[in-house]
Design a protein around this ligand. Structure first.
Ligand code: SF4
Ligand code: SF4
Length: 97
């Protein structure tokens, strides 16, 4: 459905060394730089930026333009995102109990 609800998180918290190795190998300074710029911190029930103190409401690579959301780093998104199955979480509107 591309509603983007599964991307309302800070994916850097779940990225692995394997992901970071791939991004370094691919020269994805845009991704690595974003991690340093955001510097997210868990604040009980949401993430905040340790740089600005503001809420981090969604992954910085989520494109919200138009009616459908999109991942702007789809080709090299972290494994946790690639492994996610629609409907597998209560966050997803496709979830069935
Ligand atoms: S997997 Fe679910 S939460 Fe994620 S975009 Fe699709 S419908 Fe929305
Ligand atoms: S990297 Fe892409 S798929 Fe993963 S949370 Fe961010 S926008 Fe969503």
């Amino acid at each position: 459905m591309r509603c983007g609800r599964c991307c309302l998180a800070d994916m850097f918290a779940c990225a692995t060394e394997k992901d970071y190795d791939r991004w370094r190998r691919e020269g994805r300074d845009d991704i690595l730089g974003m991690r340093d710029a955001e510097s997210a911190m868990w604040a009980g029930d949401h993430f905040i930026s340790t740089k600005t103190g503001k809420y981090i409401r969604h992954c910085p690579f989520l494109s919200l333009g138009g009616e459908l959301c999109a991942c702007t780093i789809y080709e090299t998104r972290p494994d946790v995102c690639a492994a996610y199955r629609p409907g597998s979480s209560y966050l997803c509107p496709l979830f069935k109990k």
